[in-house]
Design a protein around this ligand. Structure first.
Ligand code: Q0Z
Length: 297
């Protein structure tokens, strides 16, 4: 199975290209395609991970279904047989890795929730004793579980690349108090339900990010949800607070890039076949652990 690095659905209008996802306009709807691209240290690598986009798509579909009684979502269908006729030429390329989704008016804020102290949250806490203005108890260590999950919104920087943590008051300024409160409450409710489930299945969901939009039916959950690209997944059986945790999916990639002492400047290097194979197996393992099903590609 070769990796799908880039889609080129030439009869469609490209709506947006992200680091690893491609989004096209299809009439009133959007076509969301997850490629096999992988990023590390903020760069897309020269090698893809075959099947990664399928794993992430199938995992998002699992969570959309798991959460459907908490919040409606943007999915129209992921069944290529139900896609509009204009997508027929691309059927084989799209199967398993794409979703036809409702166009929503996206809220200009990333809804981040943290159950554990890691990444920018840990940096912020070390410097200020707070994360996004939320005061936390003294004496917490890196990767510690928080007394309760916290909502730490972020906004896209102007280059669209990095997220910048903002306070809840900043979020209110951007989306209004009513929407800000509803998005916060939904984010915490989704995290609570999903993280409790994941932990029972051996995966700690340290933090994650949701994007919501407004549609005819009200607020809907959009984008991808609770995938290793939008979340920090840690293997529960290796959890050891007091330092950084190994990444469920990208640890072999990071270790390899450190071992070759890549300077983290473009161009990003390629990965050797064994790193690709072991990383691919981690994505399949995450899918099996969380859904109880094995993915056949
Ligand atoms: C998501 C993004 C991607 C690049 C726009 N249902 C929706 N309605 C309107 N807009 C979006 C969605 Cl999901 C939307 N993004 C993020 C996704 C590639 C950027 F696949 N941008």
């Amino acid at each position: 199975m070769p990796a799908l690095i880039e889609t080129e659905l030439s009869s469609l209008t490209l709506y947006a290209r992200g680091k690893v996802r491609d989004l096209y306009s299809v009439g009133e709807a959007l076509l969301f395609v997850a490629t096999d691209r992988i990023s590390a240290f903020d760069h897309v690598l020269a090698t893809g991970i075959p099947g990664k986009g399928k794993v992430l798509t199938q995992l998002s579909l699992f969570w959309f279904n798991f959460l459907k009684d908490v919040v409606p979502n943007h999915l129209i269908t992921a069944n290529v047989n139900q896609f509009p006729k204009e997508l027929a030429p691309y059927r084989d390329e799209l199967e398993g890795r794409s979703m036809l989704v409702k166009r929503a008016q996206m809220f200009p804020v990333e809804c981040v929730v943290r159950g554990y102290l890691s990444g920018s949250g840990w940096k912020d806490y070390k410097a200020t004793g707070a994360v996004c203005g939320i005061k936390l108890p003294a004496g917490l260590r890196e990767s510690d579980r928080l007394p309760e999950p916290i909502f730490t919104p972020a906004s896209k920087s102007l280059d669209g690349e990095h997220d910048i943590n903002i306070s809840f008051d900043d979020m209110v300024t951007r989306v209004g108090a009513h929407s800000a409160e509803r998005l916060r409450d939904l984010t915490l409710e989704i995290y609570s339900k999903a993280s409790e489930y994941a932990e029972r299945r051996g995966v700690i969901l340290a933090d994650t990010k949701f994007e919501f939009g407004a549609a005819a039916e009200g607020i809907i959950l959009a984008d991808e949800v609770l995938t290793p690209d939008s979340s920090r997944f840690w293997p529960r059986d290796q959890y050891k607070p007091g330092g950084p945790q190994p990444s469920f999916d990208k640890q072999f990639v990071r270790d390899y890039l450190e071992s070759i002492r890549w300077n983290k400047q473009a161009p990003a290097p390629a990965l050797p076949p064994d790193v690709v194979a072991r990383t691919q197996e981690k994505y399949f393992a995450a899918f099996r652990l969380l859904t109880g099903a094995s993915l056949s590609l």
